[in-house]
Design a protein around this ligand. Structure first.
Ligand code: SF4
Length: 116
């Protein structure tokens, strides 16, 4: 399959550019290339999996929008943390959010695998 280099660049521009390697591809550019080639889930960036929705549009992949997408995202950006009154509750909230994200990523990986 011919790789659309413009898509690699567009995907790369959406990524956080942290180059942490947690996605399993070493750096953001290699991850963008793997997604454009159809070898990685658009939601595979562990620093910001939500960018996968925008990446999916670039590569023409239709994915379901989960009803709790916005709510889960807010937990990490501030408003959702406003009601947390102790470190123990915060820890529990983060653990639950991590489990939810992991579940979403697994479901998306399954969808991507079944796509082809
Ligand atoms: S996990 Fe995200 S930020 Fe880290 S290297 Fe992969 S694409 Fe880049």
């Amino acid at each position: 399959m011919a790789v659309n280099k413009d898509n690699i660049r567009k995907i790369y521009e959406l990524l956080p550019h942290i180059n942490c390697g947690l996605c399993g591809y070493g750096n953001c550019w290699k991850f963008a290339k793997a997604v454009a080639e159809g070898n990685a889930s658009p939601f595979g960036c562990r620093q910001n999996p939500w960018v996968g929705y925008n990446i999916s549009e670039i590569i023409g992949l239709r994915v379901p929008v989960f009803g709790y997408q916005q709510r889960s995202y807010q937990h990490f950006t501030g408003p959702g943390l406003g009601s947390i009154s102790s470190l123990e509750l915060l820890k529990k909230e983060v653990e639950e959010s991590s489990k939810r994200i992991e579940g979403i990523l697994n479901r998306i990986d399954n969808l991507a695998r079944n796509k082809g």
